[in-house]
Design a protein around this ligand. Sequence first.
Ligand SMILES: NC(=O)c1ccc[n+]([C@@H]2O[C@H](COP(=O)([O-])OP(=O)(O)OC[C@H]3O[C@@H](n4cnc5c(N)ncnc54)[C@H](O)[C@@H]3O)[C@@H](O)[C@H]2O)c1
Ligand SMILES: [Zn+2]
Length: 344
Amino acid sequence: MKNLSISSRIKNYEVNFINNIQDALQEEGKDDIFVIDKFVNSKLKLNRKKIIISSSEREKNFSNLNKIIQKLLNLKVTRETKIISIGGGVVQDVSSFLSSIIFRGIEWHFYPTTIISQCDSCIGGKTSINFKGYKNLIGNFYPPKKIKIDTGILKYLKYRDVLSGLGEMSHYYCLSKKNYKFFFDNLDKVHNNKKILENIIYKSLKIKKSYIEVDEFDTGKRLLLNFGHTFGHAIEKTSNFKIPHGIAVAHGIQMALFFSKNFGLLSDKKYFKMSENIKKITNLSPLKKLNLTKFIQNLEKDKKHNKKNYRFILTKDIGEMLVYEISKKMNIKKILQRYFNNAN
Ligand SMILES: NC(=O)c1ccc[n+]([C@@H]2O[C@H](COP(=O)([O-])OP(=O)(O)OC[C@H]3O[C@@H](n4cnc5c(N)ncnc54)[C@H](O)[C@@H]3O)[C@@H](O)[C@H]2O)c1
Ligand SMILES: [Zn+2]
C-alpha cells in the first residue's frame, strides 16, 4: 500500500493507505478514546471508549468544547491516552484542537473518512474552531502522529460530498504541471475505480506535501494553495454555507481563471483549456444566482488583501500561480458582472 512521510517542525508523521479501517482500528490501544463521526459510527463496529460527534459547523463551536472535554474526563483521559479520531474535517478539527490543549498536548491518530479530509486536511496540521459567527477563528498547528486512509469508506458518501472532494482536489492539480492531465482525464472514473480514486487522493497529498514542507506555517509559498479559495470562500459565505466547500472552490477556480484572462495573465487558449476542465466539476453543480453586493463584501473580507490592494491568487498557466495585486480603486464589480453574464 502507498504511504507518505511528512517532515514537520512540530513532529514528523506518517500517512498510510490501508485496506480495512475496521481491522486497523482494533490495533489501537485499549485505553485510547475514539472520537467518531455519528454516521461513520453507524457503519463500523466499535466497542470502545468513544465520543460520537454529529458533524456540523455547530459542533466546532468553542462553546461546545466544554461538553466534549467533560466527556473526555468522564472517560478518564490521562496524559498517556491517545485520541483516535475517525471522520471528516469537523471531527478532525475538534479532536486535533482538544488533543493540543489537554494536558498541554496528547497524541492523536486520524482516520479521515471524507474525500476532503483524505486528500487535503489530514496533512498540514491546522486545527480550527469556530467562535460565535466566526468560522475557524481559533486554532493552532497540531498534526496527528499517524494518519490511516481507507478509501473504501468513501463508498457511503453523498454525491455532493464526492463532488466537493473532487472540487477541493482540483485546486491542487491546477498547481501541478506534472499531474494536471492525469486528474482531469480520470475524473469520470473515480466513482467505480478504487485504484484510480486512491491514486488521485495520494497524488493530491503529495502535491500538498511539497508546499507545506517548505512553508509549514502558511506565510509564503503556501499562499498559492489558496488558488480558487479567495473567491470560493466568498461563494460559500454568500450562500450561507449551503454550497459545500469543494464545490465553491471549483467555482472559485473558474472565477480566478476569468480574472487571470481579464488581467492579461492567461492567454485565450490556456483559459479555454483550463476552464473546460474545471467545468467538468462545476457543470455538475451550477451556481444559482448569488447576491453580487454581498459576494463582493465577503470577497473584500479576505485576510490576504492589504489596505490599498486586493490580493488574489491568479495564474499564468497550469502550475504557474502567483499573488496578484489589484488596486481597490478598480471596479471589480464590472468584471464579476461580466463573469456572471458570460462565463458561468
Ligand atoms: N484543519 C484543516 O486543515 C481543515 C482543512 C479543510 C477543511 N477543514 C474543515 O473541515 C470541515 C469540512 O470537512 P468535511 O468536508 O470532511 O466534512 P464533515 O466532517 O463536515 O463531513 C461531511 C458529512 O459527511 C458525513 N460523513 C463523514 N464520513 C462519511 C462517509 N465515509 N460516508 C458518508 N458520510 C460521511 C458526515 O457525517 C457529515 O454529514 C469544515 O469545518 C472545514 O472548516 C479543516
Ligand atoms: Zn479548501
